[in-house]
Design a protein around this ligand. Structure first.
Ligand code: SF4
Length: 378
């Protein structure tokens, strides 16, 4: 169930589109969700296991650190086996960037102003062009250049933007335009102001993030406020939620932010109540169980789970499948917003899981049929 309402529309900033491997970033491409592995990149088996979990969670692009030659050596195996484009994270050592570009990285995260000389920038750009790599400039309030800190006295939005423009200029001077930029800070106000300033100054895609945001709950809240504000203002083409948590959690939070703003859809969007004394079943445990058992569903659809008739029927009208708690262990099930049948507490979980799986299969089949009709017509 979905509906277009003008007060929901977000007008996205018009950015130039670049390709990160096979994934478009910017322009009218879907806003992509990224994460970063925390295994040793030199251990390709452990890194690929983590990459698989992130891919299954929906990651569009995954970044791996390349601090040493052992990492860039393992990178070749990683980029070949990964199903999504891999970004090589490089700091200072430009040779790692050359090796990573050669090893199949789809993008290099490197700040050209930090690698020492114009000749090195030229070499990195040559390697990126030769291998079809994009570059991501990543300005961070915690590692601003000394001259900018002296000029501005402290990290501030203007300093972050100036740093980004300096790095951009180095790439442009070498006729390289396949880049995207981040101006991250752990302070939400600073990051948002910097991104707003940068969005005015450039037309390249922007990679959003609130850096070092914190643990799962605190970092999710902070990222949702910072990234959410920017997305709501139409700014942002790709994002990474930085959490002191497993990378797949970053992916889930990234998608939830985009889903909340109607910018992406993926999997089951659960609408559920906090529960109270009126609940006809244990809402909290039910939602926990449903989220876990339905995490494999990628097809976008909505499910409402409400403890009683106070808000249940209203929410059920807006969702594909609805469940509302009733008396005597019997609960109402709604299909496409309409009252359909009751289910007893004992069978409720299995029943809802099977209804959602059936609905997802129907949507998938309809999408495939529509695709076949379009292809036949072409
Ligand atoms: S929907 Fe019912 S059970 Fe849930 S919080 Fe509201 S009143 Fe309580």
């Amino acid at each position: 169930m979905s509906s277009i309402r003008p007060w929901r529309d977000i007008a996205r900033r018009k950015s130039r589109q670049i390709m990160v491997g096979s994934v478009p970033v910017g322009g009218d491409a879907p806003i992509t969700v990224q994460t970063m592995t925390n295994t040793l990149t030199s251990d390709p088996v452990a890194t690929l296991n983590q990459i698989r979990r992130c891919e299954d969670a929906g990651a569009d692009i995954i970044r791996v650190s390349c601090p040493d030659v052992e990492s860039t050596t393992a990178l070749r195996q990683i980029t070949r086996a990964a199903r999504v484009p891999i970004v090589a994270d490089i700091h200072f050592h430009y040779k790692r960037a050359l090796e990573a570009a050669d090893a199949g990285a789809a993008c290099l995260r490197i700040n050209p102003g930090n690698i020492g000389s114009n000749d090195r920038v030229a070499e990195v750009v040559r390697a990126a062009k030769a291998n079809g790599c994009a570059i991501r400039i990543g300005v961070n309030a915690g590692s601003l250049e000394k001259d900018l800190l002296e000029k501005y006295g402290e990290p501030c939005p203007e300093a972050l933007v100036e740093s980004a423009l300096d790095h951009i200029k180095l790439l442009q001077d070498h006729d390289f335009h396949e880049y995207k930029v981040a101006v991250k800070a752990s302070d939400v106000f600073l990051a948002v102001a910097a991104y707003m300033g940068l969005a005015e100054a450039v037309d390249c895609p922007l990679h959003l993030g609130i850096t070092e945001a914190g643990g799962l709950i605190g970092g999710t809240v902070k990222s949702s406020i910072g990234i959410g504000n920017l997305l709501w203002a139409g700014i942002g083409d790709t994002l990474r939620v930085s959490l002191s948590a497993e990378p797949e959690e970053e992916v889930r939070v990234g998608f939830e932010i985009l889903k909340s703003l109607g910018l992406r859809t993926r999997g089951v969007r659960v609408v559920s109540c906090p529960s109270c004394a009126r609940q006809g079943f244990d809402v909290i445990r039910t939602v926990e169980a449903l989220e876990s058992r339905l995490s494999h569903i990628k097809t976008p659809l909505s499910l409402s789970v409400l403890g009683c008739v106070v808000n249940g029927p209203g929410e059920a009208r807006e969702t594909d499948i609805g469940l509302t708690g009733g008396g005597n262990g019997k609960h109402m099930v709604y299909l496409s917003g309409v009252t359909d049948h009751t289910v007893h507490s004992d069978e409720m979980l299995d029943h809802i899981v099977s209804l959602v799986e059936k609905k997802a299969a129907e949507i998938e089949a309809a999408t495939t049929d529509a695709g076949n009709v379009t292809e036949a017509a072409e």
